[in-house]
Design a protein around this ligand. Structure first.
Ligand SMILES: Nc1ncnc2c1ncn2[C@@H]1O[C@H](COP(=O)(O)OP(=O)(O)OP(=O)(O)O)[C@@H](O)[C@H]1O
Length: 329
């Protein structure tokens, strides 16, 4: 597998009859003199998960901001369903069906789940002075939509702050699906979660994909990306260092690229040059490679979560959050 040989060829990656939902061609973003993103290409079609991997400062946020309409690219092309676009605001992107779920979800923690589900898009009934919130409709719809995504909340009146981080992410995903998103951008949805909660979120990514959405999944964890991704774009210092179909790369190779195999070699040489003993160098190398191979958290995408008001889940949770009313089935 040669990372660089595939890096420049995403346009031929998948021959879809229809234009991709979202496509970047050699996109560049400059902030004054700083080039945050250079010659980056990707595409995502309906029913596909495109994973964007990269460490801190790789350009992931910049990429999201361009696609989500927060910033405009300074060179290259951005196409939505084959049409070149330059969005002036996230609202314009949303109007084209591009929804972003940010890591720090904008929720009102003390408000009920159903209220958060409809936040900013509240349904009303009646006319003129008799107009009021259609609470029944919003409650029932939120419950049903969450159920359809596999989140069984007995009580959608519970404050959203009582759900776990993973469940809140899932509510945000279900909400975007309900409001007609065609493309879902997920900004490191598993970054702050433990293994089990990450598994729950990955399951919803698969569900969104199976419903025909195109998903752009931003992560720095190859062990989260690999089980759900159809394609992988690796970013480093604002540039693509690889663009791979799943069939063309193994988890180990993806992990190796993320761990920066070449950089590890460089580090080993540097340590030797400054007189570090061979044993110490070997220990350091083993530790780094061991960490990469172990991953930050291997995930089994099998878990279902039921939320029961008033109950506390046993201490199964590894994300450090107390989540009242949760039990597993
Ligand atoms: N508004 C800005 N002005 C100047 N430079 C910026 C701006 N936004 C980002 N950058 C620079 O662009 C580069 C890419 O940043 P970006 O935030 O996109 O990376 P990232 O992969 O999202 O990193 P992280 O995971 O740490 O958030 C960085 O070097 C950053 O300092």
């Amino acid at each position: 597998m040669n990372a660089t040989s595939t890096a420049a060829a995403p346009a031929t990656a998948t021959a879809t009859a229809k234009a991709p939902l979202v496509e970047l061609r050699d996109a560049e973003k400059r902030y004054g003199n700083i080039i945050a993103l250079r010659d980056v290409s990707l595409q995502v079609a309906s029913g596909e998960v495109m994973c964007v991997l990269g460490d801190n400062g790789a350009g992931k946020s910049t990429l999201i901001k361009i696609i989500a309409g927060l910033h405009q690219h300074t060179a290259g092309e951005y196409l939505v369903e084959g049409e070149p676009v330059k969005f002036n605001s996230p609202r314009e992107a949303l109007n084209r069906g591009i929804a972003t779920v940010y890591q720090d979800l904008a929720v009102a923690p003390l408000m009920p789940v159903w209220r958060n589900f409809f936040l900013g898009s509240e349904q009303t009934k009646g006319w003129g002075p008799f107009q009021r919130l259609d609470v029944d409709f919003m409650r029932k719809t939120a419950k049903q939509e969450l159920l359809d995504m596999g989140i069984d909340l007995r009580d959608v009146d519970q404050p959203i702050g009582t759900l776990s981080g993973g469940e809140r992410q899932c509510v945000a995903i279900a909400r975007a699906v309900y409001f007609g998103a065609k493309v879902l951008i997920l900004d490191e949805p598993t970054a702050a979660l433990g293994v089990k909660q990450s598994g729950v979120v990955l399951r919803y990514i698969i569900q969104a994909r199976d419903r025909g959405l195109g998903v752009i999944f931003i992560t720095h964890n190859p062990h989260h990306a690999y089980p759900v991704g159809d394609r992988f774009l690796l970013l480093k210092r604002g540039q693509s260092i690889g663009y791979h179909e799943k069939s063309a790369i193994s988890l180990e190779e993806l992990t190796g690229l993320m761990a920066g195999g070449a950089e590890l070699e460089q580090l080993v040489h540097e340590l030797r040059d400054v007189g570090t003993s061979t044993d110490a160098v070997r220990t350091i190398r083993d530790e780094i490679e061991g960490d990469a191979a172990a991953g930050v958290g291997r995930v089994q995408v099998t878990e279902a979560v039921t939320v029961v008001p008033g109950e506390y889940a046993e201490d199964e949770d590894d994300d450090g959050e107390d989540a009242p009313g949760r039990s597993r089935r």
